[in-house]
Design a protein around this ligand. Sequence first.
Ligand code: SAM
Length: 336
Amino acid sequence: MSEAFPMNGGDGAYSYTKNSQYQKLGSDSVKEMIQQAIIENLDTKISNTVAIADLGCSVGPNTFFTVENLIKAVQKKHPSKTLEFQVFFSDHSGNDFNTLFASLPPERHYHAAGVPGSFHGRLFPCSSISVAHSSYAVQWLSKQPQGAPNEGRIHCSDAPEAVLKAYSDQYEKDLGDFVSARGEEVASGGIVILVFAAAPDGIPHSEILTSVLYSYFGHCLMELANEGVVEKKKIDEFNLPLYDPREGEVRRVIERNGCFSVVKMELLYPLETREIEVGSMIVSLRAALEGVFMACFGSSVVEKLFNKMLTKTDEIAKRLESVHDHAQLFLVLKRK
Ligand SMILES: C[S@@+](CC[C@H](N)C(=O)[O-])C[C@H]1O[C@@H](n2cnc3c(N)ncnc32)[C@H](O)[C@@H]1O
């Protein structure tokens, strides 16, 4: 069964709206590259209406900057045409679409629609989309990897080989489903742009920034278990459904699918790991992860978990000195 854990809605202290600056930094770093990719490669038969989709858009504001950039690029590609844009903001049905709609830019030059549903399946009619974009979303697995015991841990970092394989298999299946669905929805000559955290081949998960942070959540939960706050069995049974792949895993999935040619696939380093302020990173992660922890452990444990993480900022900062610099993959696919 697929699981959905949207980001924190609203505009409170732990909302995604107020805590998505790291993702914005990543998206800003590829703004020009996105423009260039669209201008040089978008090749759909354009009538007067262009359909653009942002998949895993969350609540904003990042999605609005993204969409504006995509529209600007398509307009530059067709300077002599008067185009109308239909923009689909898509995310899980539990996403806070009210906040998204309430903050739509009033001066926008597009028609906006919300599309609820998982991007691991079909969301749009066949060949109806010219540009599909997704940033910092495909790291979410459709469900917790299962079948391999992972005692005292909640992620594949530092875990036995069987756990790592369960994660990798689930990731390849999910990314495969994502690419298959886009293969049907994106018109011939259309573009898919993906931006997400990833790592070069050969880097172990214990050296990937996000995996290290996830494993710290596991350590903190274990401390809470020793304090009698949470049952250890719950930790043993829980696997955080997030995975940052290595480049080769992504390439394998795209090639296996066969619907797309790879226009660009580049690992970029928008932020040096040592520039990360760990305290603000933990608050940022709270906006994204509170929901998934809440579903398994309940709200009082979650409060203690994030407080405990915040007491470890110095230790985590020291540990991060030895991890690989945080990388994101910029991937542009063209529908054959
Ligand atoms: C970290 S947010 C990224 C939001 C935005 N794209 C950005 O760059 O700021 C990840 C989003 O992906 C969504 N998401 C995760 N899995 C999804 C799925 N299977 N289908 C649709 N949306 C999904 C989450 O609900 C969340 O809103």
